[in-house]
Design a protein around this ligand. Structure first.
Ligand SMILES: Nc1nc2c(ncn2[C@@H]2O[C@@H]3COP(=O)(O)O[C@H]4[C@@H](O)[C@H](n5cnc6c(=O)[nH]c(N)nc65)O[C@@H]4COP(=O)(O)O[C@H]3[C@H]2O)c(=O)[nH]1
Length: 879
């Protein structure tokens, strides 16, 4: 009884110890203590249950091939080292076998058990005689390892022994699985943390109210807030006010379990902004949204780049220049892009041009040099600016100022070429127009002087080389100016156009017709067989110009003078031919107009002399080396002095005194008459004032007026100024005009005559009788006096006709109330005849020759001068 009671109390103690050991093991497992401690505690637990038991736990490698770890409290280290790594397989000791068969392997006597064949010695060495091993199976059925109990004597397990081993194996399974789960959890967390930490994008979480809970370093980089500052910050504080409402709505939706992806702009801590691509996703735990995850990609750069790209793309699209992009990496460089302007300029639709080479725009007129330059630049992969004639789809050409530039990739390889086309057709047309205007006459469209000269410079050497004849014809219209002045410039222009057409009709292809301005036309005949052909042409030209002209309601006739110059030896410069033709034309004009004349050496000499005289005259004008002589005009009744005619004299430094007949016509041709006339007028007025001041009395002075001077716009103003300056009374001035001036004069001229009359200035007609004016015509003009030309007076007594003419003129003039002056009276008979027929005023060598002022003073002193206001036939004859 006592033994039984003792045994029972011993059993109770053992059970309590076992229970404590079991609790200790469970505590170790629950508290996630190191696995090795837990496994050793299990070994101890089993060893405490059976006397003499030595426990060990082996665990499989990851591939479940071996049992590569072993834990034990009481097995010697050397034994553990010997069996560590035992393969899982049949006959691999108790543990290798049990793990293999997934069942108890009970080796009652190791010495005799065939499964221990490979390990028997080591077992014997450590006096291990029995071993019961049971596989440790995980909840998913995988073998995790084995639990084994050794004994130092051969021994068969009892049922409770078996249960203890199985229970221990289950505890091992629990501990290992728990350890594995813990490790897996830890690993998972690390994985997640890595994703979170190392994610280059901003990753963060918000609570359901919108406050930051976690944020990674990228978050800090993007927002500019430190991680500490982000913690507890409300997301709305980062959002631009304009975006806030939209983002809060999305936040609310995400809080309800939806995920979103969208773009937004946030405010950075430094005041800048960042453009983000943001993904919101709910944090769902146990089917409940606990917060939000956010992953934000900083797209600021990309957004800016995309914006820039979009603007660029739009600019390219909207450019008024055609823009094309060709792929440089594909043979034949096909076009891969063309903008709208390209379509507009070329007429090709994009679909028609894409995939084709730009060559399609070239055509027959495309300059091969420009194309070669273009190709060269493409081969050398460099930019180029070239102007080409390109062709539209419809075949019409256009001028393309093309700028082609290579596009390189990151490695510097040319991947594309960008071509910018500028349609400069309009500019080209304008340039062509400009160059046409630079070389053509705007009114008639004929060549101008510069083009004519360039043709001449080209043709003369050719003609010389081939021994061909060549001629230049200078055509000048006769009396074009009066038409222009009287009918207006528009009519004049029409006449010039008609003349140019008539001339052009007479010419052969290859001839050049030019207008040199005004009414001058010049013709180049570069391939002349005979000189006569040029002469015949000149005659034809005179005929065709002479045909009537009809402009608006006007109809009239014009003549022309033609000068011809032929290519000849000794020509220094081809342009001399123009001057020579001009000289010949001048000669034709002098010889009565509506005629042609050929240039000769004599003419050349004459012209040279004229040129020399002209130069001398210019020097005289500049030096003021003219003199004024005065020839008295006498009353036909008592031969008293009425006034003087002022006659200019020029003392040539070499040739001495020159007659005005020599230099006045030249001065009229060259325009030099202007300054001469002005000097004469001023000097005559001054001299008359001086004579008056000196007490000689007041005389009327007649001044010859050149047609050029009379036509000048400021003629009257000048005259008034001279009278004002010199103080001469207008009544003391008479202006002599030739008949011709009045015959061709216009309404303006008549108005000028009236103005002169109003001013009190007398006007007389010089050289009357040489022109074709009739007295009745002159009567309509405000003219008070006529001077019968010297040629009639000369023969008045010897030629019956002249006598009759003079008689008729005097009689008719008197009927019309005009005063008659006779000039050139050299003989008393002439004087008597004129006096007998009632001539009013005498002038001539018979009475006095023209004389300088000093001599005039002496002349007057010798006579009794007659004052104006006394008996004055000039005054009384005024109308
Ligand atoms: N044989 C001959 N001749 C006589 C006789 N009496 C006068 N003469 C000349 O006849 C010319 C008269 O002048 P004119 O018919 O107006 O013809 C003038 C006039 O048309 C022009 N002239 C002269 N001075 C001026 C001037 O200051 N201005 C302009 N525009 N023309 C002028 O030159 C022409 C010639 O002038 P001059 O040589 O001075 O010649 C003068 C005068 O010397 C005579 O009895 N016998």
């Amino acid at each position: 009884m006592v033994n039984l009671g003792r045994r029972r109390s011993l059993a109770l103690v053992s059970a309590q110890r076992h229970l404590r050991a079991q609790q200790r093991v469970q505590t170790l497992i629950a508290r996630d203590q190191p696995l090795s401690d837990t496994l050793r505690a299990i070994c101890r637990l089993v060893e405490s249950q059976a006397n003499g038991a030595i426990s060990s736990i082996m665990l499989c490698d990851d591939e479940q091939k071996t049992l590569d770890r072993i834990y034990s409290v009481n097995l010697p280290e050397r034994y553990l080292a010997a069996v560590r790594g035992v393969p899982i397989g049949p006959g691999m000791g108790a543990c290798g076998h049990a793990a293999y068969v997934r069942d108890f392997a009970i080796c009652v006597d190791i010495a005799r058990d065939p499964r221990w064949r490979g390990y028997r010695d080591v077992a014997e060495e450590h006096r291990l005689r029995a071993c019961w091993s049971y596989p440790v199976i995980a909840s998913d059925g995988r073998v995790l390892g084995t639990f084994a109990t050794y004994y130092r004597q051969p021994r068969e397990p009892s049922r409770s022994d078996r249960r203890h081993v199985i229970e221990a194996a289950e505890l091992v399974s629990l501990a290992v699985e728990r350890e594995r789960n813990r490790r897996a959890l830890l690993e998972n967390e690390q994985r997640y943390r890595s994703l979170f930490t190392y994610h280059p994008d901003a990753v963060f979480s918000l609570d359901l109210e919108g406050y930051f809970v976690t944020a990674n370093a990228a978050c800090s980089g993007i927002t500019g807030y430190t991680l500490e500052e982000l913690q507890g910050l409300h997301f709305a504080e980062l959002i631009e006010p304009a975006e806030r409402e939209r983002i809060e709505a999305l936040f609310r939706k995400t809080s309800q379990g939806e995920a979103f992806r969208h773009s937004l702009t946030i405010k950075r801590r430094d005041g800048g902004s960042a453009y983000l691509d943001l993904t919101h996703l709910p944090i769902v735990i146990n089917d409940k949204v606990m917060g939000l995850y956010g992953i934000a990609k900083d797209m600021t750069e990309r957004h800016r780049w995309e914006t820039e790209l979009r603007i660029l793309q739009r600019s390219v699209e909207a450019s008024i220049n055609g823009i094309i992009i060709a792929d440089a990496q594909v043979p034949d460089m096909p076009i891969i892009y063309a903008n709208e302007a390209f379509e507009r300029i070329t007429g090709y639709r994009r679909s028609e041009i894409l995939g084709r080479n730009c060559r399609v725009l070239q055509g027959s007129e495309s300059d091969p040099t420009a194309i070669a330059r273009l190709r060269q630049a493409i081969t050398e992969r460099r930019e180029i600016n070239v102007t080409l004639c390109n062709y539209r789809k419809d075949g019409t050409p256009f001028w393309n100022n093309l700028y082609l530039a290579p596009v390189r990739d990151g490695e510097g390889r040319v991947t594309h070429f960008v071509g910018v086309q500028h349609d400069i057709s309009e500019r080209k047309a304008y340039e062509a127009k400009l160059s046409f205007h630079a070389s053509h006459d705007a009114l008639t469209g004929l060549a101008n002087r510069s083009l004519f000269e360039s043709h001449l410079l080209r043709e003369v050497p050719l003609a010389q080389r081939h021994g061909r004849q060549l001629a230049v014809l200078f055509v000048d219209l006769d009396d074009f100016k009066p038409i222009n002045d009287s009918l207006g410039h528009e009519v004049g222009d029409q006449v010039l156009i008609q003349v140019s057409q008539r001339l052009a009709d007479e010419l052969a292809p290859g001839d050049t017709l030019a207008r040199f301005g005004g009414d001058e036309f010049v013709i180049l005949l570069p391939k002349l067989h005979q000189e006569e052909a040029a002469v015949r042409l000149a005659e034809r030209l005179l005929t065709c110009i002479g045909r009537p002209y009809r402009v608006e309601e006007h109809e009239f006739y014009i003549g022309a003078s033609v000068g011809i110059a032929f290519l000849h030896d000794g020509l220094h410069n081809p342009v001399e031919l123009i001057q020579q033709a001009d000289m010949a034309m001048y000669r034709a004009k002098q010889r009565g107009r509506n005629a042609w004349e050929c240039f000769t050496d004599e003419l050349n000499d004459e012209v040279s002399a004229r040129m020399a005289l002209r130069n001398d005259l210019q020097e005289a004008i500049e030096a003021g080396s003219f003199e004024l002589h005065y020839q008295p005009l006498l009353d036909a009744g008592d031969e008293s002095v009425l006034g003087f005619e002022a006659l200019v004299r020029w003392k040539h430094p070499v040739r001495g005194y020159l007659s005005p007949g020599t230099f006045i016509p030249l001065a009229e041709d060259t325009g030099q008459i202007g300054p001469i006339s002005e000097w004469v007028l001023r000097q005559a007025c001054r001299d008359m004032c001086r004579l008056s001041a000196e007490g000689y009395g007041q005389f009327r002075v007649s001044v010859n007026l050149s047609p050029l001077q009379f036509r000048r716009a400021n003629f009257l103003a000048n005259l008034q100024q001279v009278l004002r300056e010199t103080g001469l009374s207008p009544q003391a001035l008479e202006l002599e005009l030739t008949e011709g001036v009045l015959m061709t004069e216009t309404a303006t001229a008549v108005a000028t005559l009236h103005r002169l009359r109003e001013m009190g200035v007398e006007v007389s007609i010089d050289d009357f009788g040489t022109g074709f004016s009739s007295l009745s015509y002159l009567k309509q003009l405000p003219i008070g006096k006529i001077k019968i030309d010297r040629s009639f007076i000369r023969d008045v007594t010897t030629h019956r006709h002249d006598g009759a003419i003079v008689q008729g003129i005097i009689s008719m003039a008197h009927h019309l109330g005009l005063t008659v002056v006779a000039e050139g009276i050299e003989e008393p008979q002439q004087r008597d005849f004129l006096a007998a027929h009632g001539c009013d005023v005498f002038q001539g060598f018979l009475f006095a020759r023209p004389m300088p002022l000093d001599r005039l003073r002496r002349y007057l002193n010798e006579r009794r001068p007659r004052r104006i206001g006394a008996k004055d036939p000039l005054a009384s004859a005024d109308k």
